[in-house]
Design a protein around this ligand. Structure first.
Ligand code: FAD
Length: 815
């Protein structure tokens, strides 16, 4: 048997070696138009960056070894230029001699791969603009960037990201331009947020949502013009906007090509010609999850398909079982990995799904170096079948996605994930692995033990749904969801009376677990409730505002003028304490920072080292809300984040911040209409998340009056005031058009007919909503109103109390 193979790298080399193992006598010829076969194209970026120092290590094997080991006739620098199917032969050009020759076959295997897409942008052919596919490209890029200052990478897929990292590793200033609003296109957008942070933390100029419109030569530089109008002069450009299957040979030979442009094959990797097989990046595969034709150019599938094609040539009847797109990418110190269905794909293909987010530690949190993994799992809400997973974190990410990949392939459900027995010892994992954990959360939901809502639904909550933040004060100081009320989990039982039974409480904590506990408390006490899946951490992933942005540094807290005017804080940063909180998860690092700040003097600074990627975004936010200065947040060796925070002000952090929005209003009038407005505003403010205090003084005290249980002793003046002032809201009159009481009666009638709550109901509602009612003791004294004449729940207070409340408030009205 004579087998010809076109392409000598992943798919082609695998096919050749397998063929020899199956048939010692077969004649096997491998054509490769390049200089090398079986090289590690996945390692190319890392040699450019110097992480893989030896070029030879990329050469997995050579033509000589292939001959010695497998007796395979490898012909490098030989390009197949035509397939003549009718004669079962190919036309080959020997690129060394320029001579053409013919070679016949019994079977032909195509593994020509995919070429980098070269968009028709003006100036694209200028010297200094490269793409990366093989060793020759690598050599060219390596010498072009040597000793140079800057580079622009176009395209934020995995090759673009790996090149960005490698060029930064060489010390170049790098701009990464990506047309979409996220890097790593196949990932769901929120799963790219942490990658964006990491890229920026490594001082890369990340330009999302922008494209290159043209390149021009500018002295010895290339000028890159972006769709935003910005111009970047750079030494080198790497184009990494994707690949397209090399289908030319097949097309010209009349071999069928699919809708995606990939060579069409059946499950045996056989093309429309039964003697011709095709594998690797050049073929159109079926997406395992959607069942649709797809191009998924990855090394694993190419290698497996090479083996399968050969097995079928030798009659072993093996089917390729579609591609599920398991992929992993290093983004500086982060790892992102995914497998199976993404949410984007589910939406696009109208596939029913639900999802959970969990953020557990990669290994036992008490063992040094624990970091969290943000894991998203997509599953079938009817059967619980696992459909897809994506994860991002510093360590242990790909291990969890590999487990998920197997679960998906095996058709497992979230219930199987709960039961999965995975390796555990403190340095490696947890007794409840992140995979188990994702299973627990999803299975709880499917069994009806929980109700959840998603971070992308926060902006569309209904009027009767109220966000309830159950995290600690420090966590809240580092950022909270606008409009939420804050009751820490440990205070929830005591403060439960502050919650309204008419509302549905949309609970959240940092990562989901405490939110679930709060949800269980609320449900068992008869409240409607739902837990934010994956908590505030997931919310931040959806809201890029929470992401570290260098432009927001420095003036996050404490205005520049405040700093400059203060001799104590001017000049160099005086770091008096260093904390290494590596391994602690949120709120650990922020808690430690707060404690440290409490121990130092104004103007002094604390340096904190953390491995928590969320810390980079938390520090500026925390400083913003506590009034301290976030001097710098940067990435340092060992994958750690280093933050320097300067103490401003003299109060301890806890005293500075009020987490909840607050309103303090003075009710001076006892007019019916003004009282009405005051109570409507108070109830509305509570609904909008405000803590409200109403301070009743002079005539306003009438609203709080009631008939005393027993007669009150009063002097003459007090008796007169007592008679003049209405006893409670029922006695109030309109400020205008009262017409001897007629107008007020008419108003009551109109309100009843229009179903408007009465003053009494509004007052009752305000009390039930937790509005703090304060009666001015000085006015009471002046007007002779005694405490026993006031409705229940009213506190007495003076002007100092009012001023204190007002100083903590975002708003105050005088009515
Ligand atoms: P290739 O490996 O590209 O081989 C095709 C070969 O065919 C080429 O050498 C070409 O010269 C030759 N050829 C084409 N036409 C002819 C012809 N007419 N005559 C003779 N020879 C011909 N995948 C991953 O899964 N993980 C990774 O981390 C990863 N990193 C990558 C990094 C880089 C920089 C690149 C370029 C790719 C990376 N890939 C990665 C993708 C992976 O390398 C490919 O999916 C895989 O190599 C495809 O194998 P293939 O055999 O189809 O094509």
């Amino acid at each position: 048997m004579k087998i010809l193979i076109i392409g000598g790298v992943a798919g082609g080399a695998s096919a050749a070696a397998r063929a020899r193992r199956l048939d010692e006598k077969a004649e096997i010829i491998l054509f490769e138009r390049g200089e090398h076969i079986s090289f590690a194209n996945c390692g190319l970026p890392y040699h450019i960056g110097g992480v893989i120092p030896e070029r030879e290590s990329l050469l997995v094997t050579t033509p000589e070894v292939m001959y010695e080991k497998f007796a395979i006739d490898v012909r490098v620098r030989n390009e197949v230029v035509k397939i003549e199917r009718d004669k079962k032969q190919v036309l080959v050009k020997d690129l060394k001699t320029g001579q053409d020759y013919v070679e016949t076959y019994d079977y032909l295997i195509l593994s020509p791969g995919a070429a980098a897409i070269k968009p028709p942008i003006s100036g694209i052919d200028l010297p200094g603009i490269f793409s990366l596919r093989n060793l020759e490209d690598m050599d060219r890029i390596k010498s072009a960037v040597k000793g140079k200052a800057s580079a622009v990478v176009v395209g934020g897929g995995y090759i673009g990201l790996e090149m960005t990292e490698s060029l930064r590793h060489l010390g170049l200033e790098v701009t990464l331009v990506e047309l979409a609003n996220q890097v790593m296109g196949p990932a769901d957008p929120e799963m790219a947020t942490m990658q964006h942070t990491e890229i920026k933390m490594n001082s890369v100029n990340l330009r999302l949502g922008q494209s290159v419109t043209s390149f021009t030569a500018n002295d010895d530089k290339i000028r890159v013009i972006l769709s935003s109008g910005d111009k970047i002069d750079t030494d080198a450009v790497i184009m990494a906007i994707g690949v397209r299957p090399e289908n030319g040979l097949a097309k010209d030979a009349g071999i069928e090509v699919g809708v995606t442009g990939g060579i069409k094959v059946n499950s045996f990797m056989q093309t429309s010609d039964e003697s011709v097989y095709a594998v690797g990046d050049a073929v159109e595969v079926k997406d395992l999850m959607t069942g649709k034709p797809a191009l998924i150019p990855l090394a694993g599938p190419a290698n497996r398909q090479g083996r399968i094609a050969v097995d079928n040539i030798f009659g072993l009847k093996r089917e390729y079982r579609d591609t599920q797109g398991s992929a992993v990418c290093k983004v500086f110190d982060l790892t992102f990995a995914m497998t199976g269905l993404s949410e984007k794909q589910a939406v696009k293909n109208a596939i029913r799904y639900d999802k959970v987010y969990v953020h557990p530690a990669n290994h036992a949190s008490y063992y040094p170096g624990a970091t969290s993994i943000s894991l998203k799992m997509i599953y079938d809400p009817d059967t619980g079948r696992v459909l897809g997973a994506q994860a991002v974190g510093l360590d242990g990410v790909e291990k969890r996605i590999d487990v998920m990949a197997v679960a998906i392939r095996a058709g497992m459900t979230v219930y199987d994930l709960e039961e999965m027995e995975l390796c555990y010892a403190p340095p490696y994992g947890s007794a409840k692995d992140p995979v188990n954990y994702a299973g627990f959360v999803a299975a709880n939901l499917l069994r009806g033990h929980g109700e959840h809502f998603h971070a992308n639904e926060v902006s569309t909550l209904k009027p009767d749904q109220k966000l309830l933040d159950v995290r600690t004060l420090e966590e809240v100081q580092a950022g909270m969801i606008p409009g939420a009320v804050h009751i820490p989990l440990h205070e929830l039982r005591q403060k439960i009376s502050e919650l309204s039974p008419d509302r549905e409480y949309m609970v959240y904590c940092q990562a989901g677990l405490r939110g679930y506990l709060a949800y269980r408390i609320l449900k068992q006490r008869g409240f409607r409730a739902s837990n934010l899946d994956g908590g505030y951490k997931t919310y931040c992933m959806f809201n890029q505002t929470a992401v570290y942005d260098k432009s927001s540094m420095g003036d996050d807290a404490g205005s520049e003028s405040e700093i400059a005017n203060d001799a104590a804080v001017a000049g160099d940063v005086n770091i008096v304490r260093t904390l290494d909180v590596s391994g602690l998860q949120c709120p650990g690092p922020i808690s430690q920072l707060r404690k440290a700040i409490d121990t130092i003097d104004k103007g002094q600074a604390v340096e904190v080292l953390s491995t928590d990627p969320g810390f980079a975004a938390d520090v500026p936010a925390w400083c913003r809300s506590t009034g301290h200065q976030s001097v710098s947040v940067e990435k340092v060796a060992g994958g750690k984040y280093r933050a320097v925070v300067r103490k401003l002000g003299q109060q301890s952090c806890t005293a500075i911040t009020t987490c909840q929005k607050q309103m303090s209003n003075v009710i001076f009038s006892n007019d019916f209409d003004k009282a009405m407005a005051a109570l409507i505003i108070a109830n509305g403010a509570v609904a909008a998340g405000y803590k409200v205090t109403l301070f009743f003084t002079f005539w306003g005290l009438s609203l709080l009056r009631r008939e005393p249980d027993k007669p009150v002793k009063k002097d003459m003046m007090e008796k007169m005031f007592g008679m003049m002032l209405p006893k409670g809201v029922d006695g109030l009159k309109l400020s205008k058009m009262n017409m001897g009481g007629m107008g007020t009666v008419m108003m009551h009638h109109v309100m009843a007919s229009k179903n408007v709550a009465t003053l009494k109901e509004l007052l009752q509602q305000a009390i039930e909503n937790g509005v703090k009612m304060v009666a001015c003791s000085m006015s009471m004294d002046v007007m002779g109103i005694k405490e026993s004449e006031l409705i229940d729940g009213v506190e007495l207070g003076g002007v100092a109390m009012y001023i204190d409340e007002l100083s903590k408030s975002n708003a105050g009205l005088f009515i």
